[in-house]
Design a protein around this ligand. Structure first.
Ligand code: GLY
Length: 339
């Protein structure tokens, strides 16, 4: 059971969707509804992740007279965890917050690592305003996943595959062989916790994303470009974040083979896993130039006109800051489209 006795009061932040499907499950996660002094239920959706909504959260905390000894619990996906973390860490110069992520993606990504913030600016910059502030705890409760659609489970699973490929051949083999129908079980809770522990070990060594933490960008240079392109085409063609990371990891595994000598068996194994679980990447050769333009403008590049990726020498041996030429990227996209 979660010990909340050291806080004067506990506040719950969630959204309308989560309140309906996940809040009734909270006692299974060791949290009783009676623990909350007050709760704020926001509308659901990425479009809520802005400074106006943060102001609503601050207003609510002031109205409720939350103090520096209060705790904010964020129950929700990435939007609630990122935005609630930001509101808590700026309210009265920072109060404690705790995440209970309700999607697999948020469990293994946004729920840990302390990257908090909101989208900001014109054009909109994702996480344009934010601070690094670690939650006091992240509660992993696989029972919350029972109502999550398979597409969303696979989105989080791709980030777990990413952690495993960065970590070790054993960690990767475990996930490639795991029966994906068993993800909402307590046994899977331990698999998630190991994935989170790996991310946590990286974050502890580089909390402010100045070096080592950039290994977590594996698959994201190509993946973010695919995600942005599909979204720009239409809402209907958009794919969840983790699916695009899976396509990106296959392209970047191919680049890793070309540039860093990653064995072809690893590229083939990852490609097979992608095809079996996510299907072929929804892009064609007509998309290469638009994808390259998006990659050239990726904020991970330090210099204009270069494309920088995290690549792999082998499973468990990532290398950050690898400069990749547009021609090498075209070849990698060609490989991805050939599958
Ligand atoms: N999502 C990658 C990181 O937290 O650094």
């Amino acid at each position: 059971m979660l010990d909340l006795s050291k806080y004067d009061r506990v506040f719950l932040l969630t959204d309308e969707l989560v309140a309906k499907c996940c809040q009734p499950v909270l006692p299974l996660c060791g949290v009783q509804q009676s623990a909350f002094s007050s709760q704020l239920v926001l509308p659901a959706g990425e479009e809520q992740k802005n400074i106006q909504t943060v102001q609503k959260i601050w207003d609510w905390l002031f109205e409720q007279q939350a103090t520096r000894s209060s705790l904010l619990i964020n129950l929700g996906g990435g939007v609630i965890c990122d935005m609630g973390g930001f509101a808590a860490s700026t309210y009265m110069r920072g109060i404690a917050y705790l995440n209970i992520p309700t999607t697999l993606l948020a469990m293994v990504d946004a729920g840990t690592g302390g990257k908090t913030g909101v989208d900001f600016g014109t054009p909109l910059v994702k996480n344009g305003i934010g601070v690094f502030a670690e939650p006091v705890e992240t509660i992993i409760c696989p029972e919350l996943l029972s109502s999550l659609p398979a597409e969303q489970l696979l989105s989080g699973y791709a980030e777990m595959i990413k952690h495993a490929i960065l970590q070790s051949p054993e960690a990767l083999a475990e996930l490639l062989e795991y029966d994906l129908r068993k993800v909402a079980t307590p046994a899977f809770g331990d698999v998630i916790r190991r994935s989170v522990a790996f991310k946590q070990s990286v974050v502890e060594q580089d909390p402010h994303d100045q070096g080592l933490r950039q290994i977590l960008n594996f698959g994201h240079t190509v993946g973010h470009a695919i995600e942005a392109l599909l979204l720009a085409k239409s809402q209907k063609s958009a794919k969840p974040h983790g699916w695009c990371v899976m396509y990106g990891m296959v392209a970047e595994a191919y680049l890793s083979h070309m540039i860093c000598g990653l064995p072809t068996e690893t590229v083939s194994t990852l490609s097979r896993f992608m095809l079996e679980n996510y299907g072929a990447a929804p892009i064609t050769c007509n998309d290469y130039e638009a994808l390259l333009q998006l990659m050239l403008h990726d904020k991970k590049n330090k210099e204009q006109g270069t494309i920088v990726c995290t690549l792999l020498q082998s499973v468990g041996q990532p290398v950050t800051g690898q400069t990749v030429t547009p021609q090498q990227l075209r070849e990698a996209l060609e490989y991805l489209c050939s599958l």
